[in-house]
Design a protein around this ligand. Sequence first.
Ligand code: ZN
Length: 271
Amino acid sequence: MRIDGLSINLATVRAQWSLREAVAACVRHGIGGIDPWRDQLAATGLDDARRIIADSGLRVTGLCRGGLFPAADPAGRAAAIDENRRAIDEAAAIAADCLILVAGGLPAGSRDIAGARLMVEEGIAAILPQARATGVKLAIEPLHPMYAADRCCVNTLAHALDICDRLRGDLGVVVDVYHVWWDPDLTRQIARAGRRILAHHVNDWLRSTTDLLFDRGMMGDGVIPLRQIRKLVEVAGYGGPQEVEIFSHAWSRRSGDDVLATCIERFRTVC
Ligand code: ZN
């Protein structure tokens, strides 16, 4: 029986499988959805990737990712906007529920985080018409503040929702437990987000984290109150799948089948 409430972000099994193999494995394990990355589409070829995904019957809970707007000069910012327009077209081609936006960090040499945040907002505003024309929803994913310099200067749900409030349009947020679990304002901001929650990513925060990027935990192995956050998200109006997204050296050394079987088991027992 297919588990419609569970989706796998394909970064989770990137080390083990190609896009084609990962899609086949998700179908084999009865998983309901996937969220591929743009480089995985490119490696397979967009047309083939689109066909593989469409034939699988899997729901596409997102495409990772657009964003990365800040740049040192206008040409760099324009290039980022063009790249995002291509990402929107790819999200439309694979019928993704949304395009995930990770804002981007500070341009090299900059100490101006307020300026970077302004570039993010201007960048999103610039691509909204294309999103509207193609029917692709844009999902801003706030990342944990430890990434503010190099990856993402939108670090709280409150900030992401402020941007949504200002820009309007087909715009919402991702609630990734890894990035927001620590926020004392989480309950209120999830309620405020309401139906603007476009995706819900799950994993866990290990009490002693050894790597900023590649030490995410499997659900149940860390300190995040997964069921509690899930309840908040559902009460707010999100009815879609939980998407497992784990970047981890430890899990990338396990077999892909082992990873997926564990995701299913933890989804059933702790999510
Ligand atoms: Zn995420």
